[in-house]
Design a protein around this ligand. Structure first.
Ligand code: NDP
Length: 333
């Protein structure tokens, strides 16, 4: 079997040779263990943070060892009484062709809900992130105008659908490049969109939302956050979800120059980590699987084939090579 290891910690932009593809021998199954052939794995922007040797809400990837990632796969051998051969399971040992796991380290997927790979996207933590951010954190209400950055990405696309569900009257998104912006107001359901690379974000946001915004769902940070502060109404809220524009920065970046607007406009900015909000998971899965069935939840995916290309898929997130969820297909079941 093969696995991807982190072999070097990048200072700035991560590079292909920070990773190595290594052939490994799998251990014999012990009682209570299963052997899983990984079919799909997720790559996520937060993995860039785990390549640094710094304490955070998840520990850094160890050097010289296989990386981990959310994955779904098929049980091909089992010494467990609770998980059977042939079952499809969700677990956290992606970045490898096969994984030996304890029965309590896998969750059997409800295959009736949707294709298994959706459990790495809309029916997984990605979808839950959008839901938590707009319900519990930003508390979007009827008739509000919501602005979402990273709008064509996995969390962004789902957030647009959630905003609509919560009664937002106008949903505005920003993304990189004209093709993505065309999709925002096309199949992705936004009312307006702009290309953040085409000019100053502050000006583009003012043009897209001349009346201002009530809520900002921040996936990007930096210049986007500064622009949103300037467009927010009095009493506006910001769900601080991510700051991908800064994940590859060599050192911490200066914050927005207009933070005093938080005072004068009585804004609320609140950060969150989805892992603290598992209590909303069942509610979200029920809602999202219903939307998948009735066709009202866009769930685009960008699929990269082969474990050997998983590092490239991860790096691709920072170049905007995806629309919707970026996934790696590890085998074709
Ligand atoms: P995406 O699918 O959105 O992929 C990343 C996207 O970010 C790219 O497609 C690219 O789109 C955009 N991007 C990359 N570099 C920049 C840049 N310099 N400036 C602006 N945009 C950039 O990933 P996810 O949906 O998985 O994650 C979105 C955000 O949510 C990230 O910040 C992530 O860290 C955060 N997150 C937070 C969680 C939490 O618990 N708080 C949980 C999950 C995700 P484009 O072409 O438009 O530039």
């Amino acid at each position: 079997s093969r696995e991807i290891r982190l072999v070097h910690r990048p200072d700035a932009l991560a590079q292909p040779d920070d990773f190595a593809l290594v052939e490994v021998h799998l251990d014999e199954l012990q009682r209570g263990q299963v052997l899983v052939r990984n079919d799909w794995m997720s790559v996520d922007p937060a993995m860039r943070g785990r390549m640094r040797d710094a304490a955070s809400y998840v520990p850094p990837f160890p050097l010289g060892a296989a990386m981990d990632a959310p994955a779904v796969g098929t049980v091909v051998a089992s010494r467990s009484d609770t998980v059977a051969e042939g079952q499809v399971v969700l677990h956290s040992r992606g970045f490898r062709d096969h994984a030996v796991l304890g029965e309590d380290e896998v969750r059997v997927i409800d295959a009736s809900l949707a294709d298994p790979e959706h459990h790495l996207g809309v029916l997984g933590l990605t979808g839950l992130t959008a839901y938590v951010g707009l319900t519990r954190i930003a508390r979007v209400a009827d008739g509000e105008t919501v602005f979402i950055s990273g709008a064509a990405g996995a969390v962004g696309v789902t957030a647009a659908r959630v905003a609509r569900h919560l009664g937002a009257s106008t949903v505005i998104g920003s993304a990189g490049g004209p093709e993505k912006v065309a999709r925002l107001t096309g199949d992705l359901g936004y009312d307006a969109g702009f290309d953040y690379r085409a000019g100053p974000v502050r000006r583009s946001l003012k043009a897209a939302a001349p009346e201002g915004i009530d809520v900002y769902f921040d996936n990007v940070g930096g210049e986007h956050l500064e622009a949103a502060l300037s467009s927010l109404h009095v009493g506006g809220r910001v769900a601080m979800c991510g700051a991908i524009s800064q994940y590859n920065a060599e050192r911490p970046q200066p914050g927005p120059t207009n933070l005093s607007l938080i005072v004068t406009k009585r804004l609320t900015m609140r950060g969150f980590i989805v892992l603290d909000h598992y209590d909303l998971f069942a509610e979200w899965i029920e809602l999202a699987s219903g939307w998948l069935r009735d066709g009202s939840l866009p769930a685009p995916m960008t699929v990269v084939d082969g474990l050997e290309n998983a590092p490239d898929a991860l790096l691709g997130l920072f170049e905007g090579r995806n629309v919707g969820k970026m996934l790696v297909r590890l085998s074709d079941p």
